[in-house]
Design a binder for this molecule. Structure first.
Ligand SMILES: *[C@@H]1O[C@H](CO)[C@@H](O)[C@H](O)[C@H]1NC(C)=O
Ligand SMILES: *[C@@H]1O[C@H](CO)[C@@H](O)[C@H](O)[C@H]1NC(C)=O
Length: 203
């Protein structure tokens, strides 16, 4: 009986442990680390390039995160940190803060990724800066994480304040557009899931 219980425990515990402990790898197959700098780029160049910030709507400052249509443009690098935990390992599902690593424009307060609610397009989207950079829009608190996807990884954003709590990061709009916003959605009609690779950039 005891042995049966033990094997039952092993049967359930092991797949779970494996699923939780998969490190996120960069495009060279090396584990990614907090503090290092990475370009977040579409996994295949026919899906466009990397990400940067741009002006959208009537904003005077580039505070919206977009994907460049140009498949060979890497955009600007990002840094991933694990809030509150002093571990160096980033696994699939590890909650992360993301920050662009580059000289930010004067007009924006911080280059941390933040999720805003745009009532005009009815979508949650990724931007930078604080509430003063996105007047009239609500901020959704939460964390990003990576999960293995078709070619590379997808990004997910989870928040206690939304239902469902977790959504995929998708590209809003068609590839014909020069700039596609990064939005959060569980709905395939809202755009393709952003399938990315992480290319380490020199510090
Ligand atoms: C695409 O990006 C690359 C690298 O930044 C640049 O050299 C090239 O001119 C760009 N192509 C177009 C069509 O903008
Ligand atoms: C921005 O993110 C960093 C971690 O990358 C964090 O230490 C800092 O508090 C954040 N700043 C703001 C304004 O959220």
């Amino acid at each position: 009986m005891k042995e049966a219980l033990v094997s039952l425990f092993l049967f359930f515990a092991f797949p779970l442990a494996c699923a939780l402990d998969v490190q996120v790898l960069d495009s060279d197959g090396q584990p990614i680390f907090p503090g290092l700098h990475y370009y977040v780029v579409a996994s295949t160049s026919d899906m466009g390039g990397g990400i940067r910030v741009a002006k959208t709507g009537n904003s005077k400052c580039p505070v919206t995160v977009i994907q460049d249509k140009n498949g060979t443009a890497y955009g600007i690098p990002s840094k991933f940190t694990i809030p509150g935990i002093s571990t160096l390992e980033i696994f699939e599902g590890t909650p992360l803060e993301v920050k662009f690593i580059t000289t930010k424009p004067e007009c924006v307060k911080s280059f941390n990724w933040t999720v805003f609610v745009d009532s005009e397009i009815g979508k949650h989207y990724i931007g930078v800066g604080g509430p003063e950079d996105h007047p009239g829009q609500q901020i959704l608190k939460g964390a990003f994480s990576f999960y293995k996807y078709k070619v590379g990884y997808k990004l997910m954003f989870c928040s206690k304040d939304s239902s469902p709590p977790c959504s995929d990061v998708r590209l809003f709009g068609s590839l014909e557009e020069d700039e596609r916003r990064l939005i959060l959605s569980t709905n395939d009609d809202d755009g393709v899931v952003f399938d990315v690779m992480l290319i380490q950039s020199p510090p």
